[in-house]
Design a binder for this molecule. Sequence first.
Ligand code: TRP
Length: 461
Amino acid sequence: MADNRDHWASRIGFILAAAGSAVGLGNLWKFPYITWHNNGGAFVLVYLVCVLIIGLPIMMAEILIGRRTQKSPVPAFEELGNRGWGFVGLFGVLTGFVILGYYSVIAGWSILSFWQCINWSISGYVAPPEGAFGEFLADAPSQILLSLTFLVATAFIVWRGVSKGIEKAAKFLMPVLFAILAYLVIRVLFFPGIGQTFEFLFRPNFSELPTTGVLEALGHAFFTLSLGMGVMITYGSYMRKSESIVRSAGTVVFLDTIIALLACVIMYTIIFSVPGMEDSISASAIGMLFMTLPRLFYTELSGGVLIGPLFYILVAFAALTSTISLLEVIVSFFIDKLKMKRHSATVLSTCIVIFCSIYSALSLGAVGFLSEFEIFGDKPGVLSTLDHLAANWMLPLGGLFTTIFVGWFVSRKLALEQLRMVDKTGRPTFYFNLWRFFIRFIAPAAIIAVIIAVILGKDFS
Ligand code: TRP
């Protein structure tokens, strides 16, 4: 065991960093979109069940692998299993490159939206001409520059290390994020659309749930909780023995879920408060977050001059703490396995990621063949292809291997030792047995169902 390994300096360090990883574009951009398209209520309920019975157990499983071995995913799988299992870790590193390669491009848009809002707040709102967003997407220099900015900011924090970089950043970014979110929620509580929002979100009507919605909810549970590629193994490996895995995992899952719901409350209430708006919501997720909302902020809301910029700081901060975790998985692999120094590992992995992200950045119209490139039907362009590849294939597969590994190859004793779910007499609690049952049977079965559904043609990206 590496005794000079950097650790979280405080108990809250892991929780904030892991919650930072989980809360991201998945919560603020993807969840409101898929919930909208799956007609709310029933979908939300199914999603909550997925998070609770599959997401939470897998998160505990990932953290326990990391905490026990104090190693990053590849050596961790090798230590608890054998060399062959190391490939699961390697697969996670590869997934990290894939996700970062497109996530950074979308994250970059939040910088632009922020900048645009600042300008509008200062000099007054000017409606962008028709098609302006499409032009922006096809503008090569803007796309490359914005994603590059985002990646450099990410690298700067990862470069500084676990306690001095990632933890410090999370301790600053997450409270700001919570504060902005709280402010926005309080604001929209007084908007006329609030009642309709609650009805939409919390009144389940199963006849309105598309059959594919169940599987979509499960796929998203992986993405939003950052499971299936080793983030929680890596972050868990910086956790001290004295901390409780169960409590930490529970807090992270709770925060992630509540923030996804609050993001819906904010966005839907604004939309429902403007008569006729709900019908004209554009069909794309990108549209809702980066096109419709800014317009509504400035044309329909009192106080939009403040809400606009704040909202995009929120998006940028949420995305930043997520990209940090993705890069850290790659960097920790280079450090642990290739014996590199953190600084050179950070530079090397950032360069590779930048290389991948350029392809995504140019695939939104700037370069013809990159924009038309298609492996999966109906998903033209490198960016959509990578998103599809990661969300539909790589994360569920990584998650499946993790549950099989922890459920069937890691001993019950070792798991109990890490989770410490024992009663006063030292016997495993009911909840420990329940966890193990979910990890061995329910979670793998559910993931296999998703994979089969994907093979049969359902898209989760
Ligand atoms: N969970 C983040 C979000 O919701 C994205 C993310 C960060 C992620 N790290 C990950 C997704 C690892 C999958 C795997 O935006």
